[in-house]
Design a protein around this ligand. Structure first.
Ligand SMILES: [Zn+2]
Length: 163
């Protein structure tokens, strides 16, 4: 467990001050946020939210994959989600490579990833519009649910609406 000593030590401090929040698993602000795994993004902080307010779905590139759609369906019908913000960001690694680049890179490490689709992002604006449409056109989600795109600027902290 040595590789995780720091995080368990961090949790020990956290748990000492933790007050039972009394929150449920329902999104108190009715919000789901789809964003990137980028370590510079603090979704709750940058949106003025706190734990309990929103469902946060993260993956490489903030892409609306089948698994994100599956999770949104659960969020809407089980966990109080009534609106969705899709939030990619500037300087995203996924905009700097193609799927072919990633396959080449892994190949050079002796790993064949050609059975995986990485959903890299050659055009961030187009990808975001595509992903918003995936949500708004899903037969499994409410047709009138508000869905918004926005790009988070990792240098300024500003969130710019798109779409
Ligand atoms: Zn990213």
């Amino acid at each position: 467990m040595d590789a995780f000593d720091d995080v368990f030590a961090g949790n020990a401090k956290f748990a000492k001050k933790f007050k039972e929040s009394g929150l449920t698993g329902t999104a108190a602000r009715g919000l789901a946020v789809v964003t990137c795994m980028d370590s510079r993004i603090d979704p709750l902080g940058l949106l003025g939210l706190k734990p309990g307010d929103a469902k946060i779905l993260r993956n490489a590139g903030a892409r609306v994959t089948d698994d994100v759609l599956r999770t949104l369906v659960l969020g809407v019908y089980l966990l109080g989600v009534r609106r969705v913000l899709v939030m990619p960001h500037t300087d995203c690694g996924m905009t700097k490579v193609t799927d072919a680049d990633v396959h080449d890179l892994t190949q050079s490490n002796g790993v064949d990833t050609r059975s995986l689709e990485f959903h890299t992002v050659p055009d961030q604006h187009a990808a975001l519009l595509h992903d918003l449409t995936r949500i708004t056109s899903s037969p499994f989600l409410p047709a009138d649910m508000p869905v918004q795109g926005a790009i988070y600027d990792v240098r300024s902290g500003v969130l710019r609406p798109v779409g």
